[in-house]
Design a protein around this ligand. Structure first.
Ligand SMILES: NC(=O)c1ccc[n+]([C@@H]2O[C@H](COP(=O)([O-])OP(=O)(O)OC[C@H]3O[C@@H](n4cnc5c(N)ncnc54)[C@H](OP(=O)(O)O)[C@@H]3O)[C@@H](O)[C@H]2O)c1
Length: 286
């Protein structure tokens, strides 16, 4: 073979190998008829996840506090192709709600394949001002309710070899300014659910745990709370939603979105610099 032929042949083999290696293992068909309980489904990333799941033909139970808004999301999900959609308004600051929501979902869908934990209480993107009570409340909404929802759903997820999908943030991996309480709730999620993943594996229980680490996403609430305070580009909520769903369906342990966030995180682990990190945040002392 001539040298040019050898080069073309090697290039072809390399392209073939890379295409095989990087092919997306996510098969949307796997979600047809999947039974999904989705929290924080009335707005932002949760709303976008509801629409993706609906297009993929999943059966859904949607929850958040605002019934009228959930009703609209439910109607759109039905037009997009969801097989079944139910809604249950619930406030996750109330410790009794998680169990009630899971019971409702299991009763309506006959079990669960996915529990997608996504809701958050309204965040204050500001310097710590000493509000301990707010932190306690946020811990209940962003952390304890996740633990209670997962605990109530585990028996049915074990039966279905199902999946727990937990939506977190880069602020749950790297402490960032203006996020004291929020960051604490997200670090707590990593600790709890990563430990739970080990225990499920050790007990040979086939329930996957996917932790989703997101950067800034262009939801209304995030854009409003960070306006003028950060120099960080926001990524689209619909893409973030798809990344979460795909990570859950392929049962990976961690999803980073946007994808470059993984490099950012490992760079921080290898060479942390407070100056560089703080340069992304606006602060002028009073
Ligand atoms: N957007 C970002 O930049 C970003 C970045 C990193 C990580 N994340 C993570 O992505 C997830 C979704 O964020 P998002 O920006 O889409 O949030 P969002 O737009 O503010 O939506 C929050 C959802 O939670 C519900 N919710 C609020 N308080 C609740 C309560 N007490 N009980 C039950 N539900 C409640 C809201 O509905 P109701 O008001 O109807 O209750 C809404 O459906 C969160 O876990 C967040 O930490 C977001």
């Amino acid at each position: 073979m001539k040298p040019i032929g050898k080069v073309l042949c090697a290039t072809g083999l390399l392209v073939g190998f890379l295409a095989y290696y990087w092919q997306d293992p996510f098969d949307p068909e796997s979600l047809v008829g999947a039974r999904v309980l989705l929290t924080g489904a009335s707005a932002g990333i949760g709303e976008q996840m509801a629409y993706h799941y609906a297009r993929f033909g999943a059966e859904l139970v949607l929850t958040a506090r605002r019934e009228a808004v959930l009703q609209k999301v439910m109607e759109k999900c039905l037009t997009l192709g969801a097989k079944k959609v139910f809604l249950i308004p619930a406030d996750m600051s109330s410790p009794s709600e998680p169990e009630r929501v899971v019971e409702f979902a299991v009763q309506k869908l006959g079990g669960l394949d996915y529990l997608v934990l996504n809701h958050i209480g309204a965040n204050r993107f500001q310097m710590w001002a000493g509000d301990v009570e707010f932190t306690r409340w946020l811990m209940q909404v962003n952390f304890f309710s996740y633990v209670a929802l997962a605990t109530a759903a585990l028996p049915t997820l074990e039966k279905s070899n199902g999946s727990l999908v937990v939506v977190s943030s880069l602020a749950g991996k790297i402490a960032t300014p203006f996020t004291t309480s929020y960051s604490a709730t997200k670090f707590a999620l990593d600790g709890f659910f990563s430990s739970l993943r080990h225990e499920l594996m050790m007990q040979k229980k086939n329930v996957s745990v996917t932790l989703c680490i997101l950067g800034l996403i262009d939801t209304e609430s995030a854009m409003e709370s960070t306006r003028g305070k950060v120099h960080i580009p926001a990524s689209p909520a619909s893409e973030a939603a798809l990344a979460i769903i795909s990570g859950g369906a392929t049962r990976v342990q961690q999803v980073f979105y946007p994808w470059k966030l993984k490099q950012v995180y490992y760079l921080w682990v290898l060479a942390p610099s407070n100056e560089v990190l703080q340069s992304y945040y606006n602060y002028s002392s009073p």
